[in-house]
Write a protein that binds this ligand. Structure first.
Ligand code: ADP
Ligand code: 5GP
Length: 189
């Protein structure tokens, strides 16, 4: 049987990475993380090949030209992110499930490409103010970057209705439980 694709999207700072990490640590569902490529710089604690493949802009655009991406987006001005074919195609052909942490447009595009093989989950912040506070507390981005991400959040939230499921990340454990259940049910279908 082919593996399934779990697409998780949300504005930056909503807790996507935390939720995905927690579900993978629990190990109740078998999931492989799709490592995206990006031309942004690594944050403290991020590792090349684990969190992202960190590429130069030239290398990223060379992969675009070589048709190596399932999808890619300029999520922020000058900042590219893309899902590599090599990360998902072989994985699902081998019957393994793959989880994608990607932006709203990318998520909707991947769902269009893979149809019933994919489920889309939107993680909603309790409020835009809470989102801003989380980004400040995370301490990984400059005030300018935080401003840019908060400004984009309202736009991204407007896509939530196009997702199969929406989960509010207010209490982290509750959100992790909910997302885990959606994934379990989808895989069992
Ligand atoms: P994303 O991957 O969506 O950008 P992160 O997973 O990095 O977001 O989370 C952003 C920050 O918010 C992190 O510092 C994380 O520890 C914190 N966080 C995540 N979920 C919650 C929550 N439910 N309540 C409070 N803080 C949270
Ligand atoms: P960050 O810089 O905070 O890691 O990610 C910024 C945004 O880019 C997030 O919304 C994240 O989900 C998105 N993103 C990460 N990888 C991909 C990808 O491969 N494709 C697309 N379209 N977006 C991605």
């Amino acid at each position: 049987m082919k593996g399934k694709i779990i697409i998780i999207s949300a504005p930056s700072g909503c807790g996507k990475s935390t939720i995905i990490g927690e579900i993978m640590d629990r190990g109740n569902v078998e999931l492989q993380f799709s490592v995206s490529a990006t031309n942004r710089l690594p944050r403290k604690g991020e590792t090349d090949g684990v969190n992202y493949y960190f590429l130069s802009t030239d290398d990223f655009l060379a992969k675009v030209a070589a048709n190596e991406f399932v999808e890619f987006e300029e999520v922020y001005p000058g900042r590219f992110y893309g899902t590599l074919k090599s990360e998902i195609v072989r994985t699902i052909e081998n019957g393994k499930n793959v989880v994608l942490d990607i932006d709203v447009k990318g998520g909707i595009n991947v769902k269009k490409l893979f149809g019933d093989t994919a489920v889309t989950i939107f993680i909603m912040p309790p409020s835009v103010q809470a989102l801003k506070e989380r980004l400040i507390n995370r301490g990984t981005d400059s005030p300018e970057v935080i401003k840019q991400r908060v400004e984009k959040a309202e736009y991204e939230i407007s896509f939530a209705g196009e997702y199969d499921y929406t989960v509010v990340n207010d209490n982290l454990e509750t959100a992790v439980d909910e997302v885990e259940k959606i994934i379990k049910d989808f895989i069992a279908k």
